[in-house]
Design a protein around this ligand. Structure first.
Ligand SMILES: [Zn+2]
Length: 155
């Protein structure tokens, strides 16, 4: 991947992580009596771009089943399912790791990018490193994400 693309992604995700931190601080100020918790923060934030276009950042966390519209992404998610007893995909357990299908920052950001550029060409998606916004530490991509986006195995 060209250096400028990677630099744009890293700038985007760092900016987004700081916005997330500000948001949590504001929330805590509004409710000073509420006990603080690690869970106030999303686990992870990441930025994604299509080819050399403008990156989009997103955080991990629960989402509605309707969040995802990309059919190829949904097909990949279906392959991750641990139990096949129902038609649900988003929010289901994975056979690969403990992360819940569809709740990671990587596919959530990818969905937004794929929607804008009307593409399902996952190999043209670039990702920043994933960060824990609470600590700013780099977080490894999970097995679900690596299975869906092969490029994540190379970084
Ligand atoms: Zn993941």
């Amino acid at each position: 991947m060209i250096k400028r693309v990677q630099a744009n992604l890293e700038n985007k995700v760092k900016d987004y992580a700081s916005k997330v931190r500000d948001r949590i601080q504001q929330k805590r100020k509004k409710k000073p009596n509420r006990k603080h918790s690690f869970y106030d923060y999303p686990t992870c934030v990441v930025a994604c771009s299509y080819k050399n276009t403008k990156p989009v950042a997103k955080e991990s966390g629960t989402c509605n089943a309707n969040y995802y519209t990309n059919q190829k992404l949904l097909a990949e998610f279906r392959k991750l399912k641990k139990y096949y007893g129902n038609n649900k995909v988003i929010g289901e357990e994975s056979r690969l790791c403990d992360n819940i299908i569809g709740f990671c920052a990587e596919p959530k950001a990818a969905e937004l990018v794929l929607r804008v550029y009307h593409t399902s060409h996952f190999v043209d998606l670039n990702f920043s490193k994933a960060y824990r916004p609470r600590t700013s530490r780099v977080q490894n991509y999970c097995k679900n994400c690596k299975a869906v986006f092969p490029k994540l195995n190379k970084t």
